[in-house]
Design a protein around this ligand. Sequence first.
Ligand code: GCV
Length: 720
Amino acid sequence: MTDVHPAWLPPEAFRAIGSRRTLVLGDGPLVETVRAEVAQACARYDGTVAAPGDEADLVLALTTATPLPPAAQALLDEPADAASGAATGAASGTASGAASGAASGAVGGLGDEGYVLARLGGVTVVLADAPAGLLYGLFHVVRLGEQAFGADRPARAHRPAMRRRMLDHWDNIDVHPVMGQVERGYSGGSIFWRDGAAAGDLTRVRAYARLLAATGVNAISVNNVNVHATEAHLLTDRLGDVAAIADAVRPYGIRVHLSVNFASPIALGGLATADPLDEDVRAWWAATTERVYATIPDFGGYVVKADSEGQPGPFAYGRTHADGANLLAGVLAPYGGVVHWRAFVYNHRQDWRDRSTDRARAAFDHFAPLDGQFHDNAIVQVKHGPLDFQTREPVSPVIAAMPATRLAVELQVTQEYTGQQRHVCYLAPMWREVLGFRPWGQDGPDVAALATGGQAVSRSLADGGRPADGGGLADGGGLVAVSNVGDDRYWTGHPLAQANLYAFGRLAWVPGLDPTALLDEWIGLTFAAGPDREALGRTLHEMMDGSWRTYERYTAPLGVGFMVRPGHHYGPDVDGYEYTPWGTYHFADRDGVGVDRTRATGTGYTGQYPQPWSEVYESLDTCPDELLLFFHHVPYGHVLQSGSTVIQHIYDTHFAGAEQAAQTRLRWEKAEGLVDPALWARVKERLDEQVRSAEEWRDQVNAYFFRKSGVPDAHGRRIH
Ligand code: GCV
């Protein structure tokens, strides 16, 4: 591990704690983790692990521990509402966080993962009902650093908005001939698997779990959702490898989930069918799951990609996805496990000549009619957009269409379509927009509330009321993302892509956090304090705050998506997917571009949204510019809300985006000397590629549309 970058947990991040006297009170493995963290920090910075009865600057205690030191006891005795204030979880206090979680209550009502933090009479106190809360409280103090030991601070309860905050790994054990070891991975090989076997030394996995715990993540799945032959065996004869990973991550409060192949009863069980309603199939899954829990008692559950891009599923037997999901939910239920059943189901063998089939409609068409049929421990996992993690997509209408189902929203931290960790693309601003989207308009709940408390929203709908804000009622499916981590020295290939991983976990805990403040947190933890940090912070904000929009400018315009090279999905190829079976078209011709998804003349997709969005998107007058070509086919001369024409907008944004990429590189060049030289060089090398690639995007997209439309650039710039 000596050559591995510490990401947001360098020793320095623990200086404030490590140089003080800290008392840890409580029992249990996670409390031991807290104790060990404190001891390690104190050993480095000359602090003390206090014994009960000793003076302490910081007390981290379970509420059940006795006797509590006076400051902790005083906090415990505070009236309930004094300690139940809205918690942002933000280090600086500048982040605008939403109230962080479950129903009201203070100390004593903190749940499995919550904690209360206060500073009273010169003592900083963290109290939690359960050990995981203490661990999260410790990392909150780490984020605060010296600020945790300044003036007194009122008690605040912090609870995660989402019960499940999960990262999915698309890692293969074997190196796949096309996809490599990590499907859509841009950070080297897998940290879990090596050369066709388990990694053996799990030091790296443990370090990963520690990083994740510091962001609030509490679950991982350890293999690709495309479950190939070797990986299918993780469920049975290779289960020991999964158990070893579970052992490595457990001390940080993380549970392990496994992607399973729906046809396992055939492939592994020797049965003739995988029909979800067949008794032998059910018995096979029940026996297999019993063995899983006998080996890993806190196993999280299964993740399933079924009837999607060639994976087997219930359609082969004339069954629905509810039948499939409920089969697995049923066998997991006795152990408290869940199945994450992905809604990414569409026809990938579409006829491009057929304009009536619309891939964007598919998840809704398959899943919305099944609302209410899924068992309580079946979580339908929905990609945030209707297509596939494009740089700009509307929010998936499925998220508003299944109020009686536990829904998890799936994001992609790995930058498959956003620059593959060669381009700087800070994704928290996009995720904030997604989480803050209100499908029923301003008075209704947002996406974060639906993922947090979906069924609570459903109950309020059933009562005939408006959909109420479900925030705080933790029976939603939570937030899931595809991880961007590999065995790369910097974890994420591009060192600045660490910020995306960090931001994901924090947003799953507090969906209302402000992306700029989050970036501040990440910078504050990751880079050493010193005279240069302010300048470095400024540079990183200039490079990263707007980087998603910069990327958007020089790639596919106005929400139309794709235009990437088929297969590996890197770099421009405007017509790359145009005449393929994948259902991802832009329909550009000499007169115009875009996909007509209106009810009036198109595929009818706009009708999958509730009001007001179904009207907003339907009408050319109100459709937001950035999604115009996602919803409408328009002539090049169509005038946008911005006042520009579509064609001029394409030229302007592509020139501007490539220029901004060059500016980003310049900023980094000026920052040489402010960070470790090796990290600086890695980022610089990536920026060189970003600038080259942005120019290629600019020139291909501009040339393509100039040739199609024949309309010259109003500013006479060079188009090839
Ligand atoms: C794991 C996209 C990606 C695939 C991925 C799939 C999915 O299509 O390109 O690599 O497969 O999404 O989410 O299942």
